[in-house]
Design a protein around this ligand. Structure first.
Ligand code: 5GP
Length: 114
């Protein structure tokens, strides 16, 4: 067994996070190093998928639920406009290999591409 990802440790409650919403499949919490006025991470509770390409191929309904969740949270926590970022691969900035969406809203600039 490989080590649980940092996000699995948040999901299990081992590591604290500011959780704003969750259901059986997804959890959303504030990024520890926000790059916008609102910076949430929407994360599947399964660590089966490393990146958005794997998720889209393996469970497109879960990817669609992530997008719908991002929109709902951007409406609840900001004005409804949002940028959705999936970093895929280390050279694209991915540091946690457990698929997650960055939901960025408010005060966005080119530097906030996560
Ligand atoms: P990535 O670079 O893989 O696209 O995004 C990983 C994100 O997870 C980063 O924006 C980073 O700030 C965030 N992050 C890493 N460790 C933690 C943590 O322990 N708690 C929270 N809330 N966010 C984290």
């Amino acid at each position: 067994m490989s080590e649980p990802t940092i996000f699995s440790r948040i999901i299990s409650g081992e590591i604290p996070a500011t959780v704003v919403w969750q259901n059986e499949r997804l959890i959303a919490f504030h990024d520890i190093a926000p790059r916008a006025a609102l910076h949430l991470l929407v994360v599947p509770k399964t660590e089966e998928y490393e990146n958005v390409t794997d998720l889209a191929a393996g469970n497109p309904a879960l990817l669609a639920e992530m997008v719908a969740t991002a929109a709902t949270l951007a409406a609840e926590h900001a004005n409804g406009d949002y940028r959705l970022v999936f970093n895929s691969g280390a050279s694209a900035g991915q540091t946690v290999f457990h698929v997650h969406a960055h939901v960025l809203a408010g005060g966005l600039s080119e530097e906030s591409l996560a």
